[in-house]
Design a protein around this ligand. Structure first.
Ligand code: FAD
Length: 287
């Protein structure tokens, strides 16, 4: 089912993002996690796509099995990195033939060691081009990425948000945002997009903090900021894993509650394949 259809009855819509593990052992573990997650009745799960297409088969395998065997509605991420148009077409054909109905259309990050993204000579330069290509030929519900603090390569937030409008005009159905820790960024971003006349659902992306060093690494890569107080609190407890988990769960629960109180249509959780924190947050929000 299309995510946009699911959202009509899931209010709010909770979704969980996973990445394809490299080993068979970790993939088996992920399937057990997905079984656990099913009890939460999430609106959908999504599976990321690695740079250079290295995980192409695993992404496909996981979304397909999550849907057909575990019974979770699934979305496959797809990036333009290293792909010709024909290759993208092949992947989209495979997705549609396996019954997948939702795709997260992305440009992707430059491959490791490369400073700038360089499109394949016959590929796509921007996610908006990929979105237009999908919209023209495939019966898929398309999600695109939005950045409440602006994309890291963009000269300003407003420039990036103008490009997001291009993705919506190219045919996107929903926006999933990058992670952020201060809701004020999200509210400003959402208001700006509404003022631009964008009316599709905008779903905030939340990453429960489970490890301080890891969150420092991620935020550096994606350009999201960590509030000073949160960084200071975490620095103090960083060597006590259980305290960090508890802090992360409390913080994310409060953040989600505030977002939901302001009327967001759902929350997209970045799980890093560890569902404990997300499960606890969702049950606290429901309670
Ligand atoms: P785009 O929308 O193409 O934007 C990229 C940059 O180009 C931005 O700075 C934008 O402002 C600029 N731009 C856009 N259009 C134009 C134009 N016409 N002219 C000039 N500049 C322009 N990465 C992965 O590798 N795999 C994943 O599975 C994955 N999943 C993600 C899921 C979500 C929800 C999010 C938020 C991010 C995800 N990413 C993933 C990360 C993403 O690939 C990177 O942030 C990447 O750098 C940008 O991708 P994009 O689709 O936002 O690109």
């Amino acid at each position: 089912m299309f995510i946009t259809e699911i959202m009509k009855s899931h209010k709010p819509a909770f979704s969980l993002e996973f990445f394809p593990p490299k080993s068979d052992e970790d993939t088996a573990l992920l399937f057990r996690t997905l079984e656990d997650v099913r009890r939460l009745n999430p609106s959908f799960v999504s599976v990321t796509y690695g740079a250079g297409g290295g995980t192409r088969d695993r992404t496909l395998q996981i979304v397909e099995q999550a849907k057909s065997i575990i019974g979770l509605e699934s979305a496959a991420h797809l990036t333009c990195v290293g792909h010709s148009r024909d290759e993208i077409k092949g992947i989209l054909d495979d997705l549609v033939n396996s019954g997948i109905e939702n795709v997260v259309a992305l440009r992707g990050d430059p491959p490791r060691g490369e400073a700038r993204f360089a499109a394949h000579p016959t590929g796509f330069r921007y996610a908006s081009e990929l979105t237009a290509f999908i919209r023209k030929s495939y019966p898929l519900c398309i999600a695109v990425a939005g950045y409440p603090e602006g994309h890291i390569e963009s000269p300003s937030k407003e420039t990036d948000w103008a490009h997001l409008e291009e993705k919506v005009k190219a045919g996107a159905d929903i926006i999933l945002t990058q992670l952020f820790f201060e809701n004020a960024y999200f509210f400003e971003f959402e208001r700006h997009m509404r003022e631009r006349g964008i009316s599709i659902p905008i779903i905030p992306g939340i990453m429960p903090i489970t490890n301080f060093q890891q969150i420092l690494r991620f935020t550096k890569i994606c350009g999201a900021s960590i509030p000073h107080k949160v960084a200071a609190d975490l620095e103090e407890i960083q060597h006590e894993p259980e305290s960090v988990q508890r802090y992360g769960i409390e913080f994310a629960t409060k953040q989600c509650r505030d977002l939901l109180d302001h009327g967001v249509p759902g929350i997209h959780f970045y799980t890093l394949n560890k569902s404990r924190a997300t499960r606890e947050i969702i049950s606290r929000l429901a309670g």
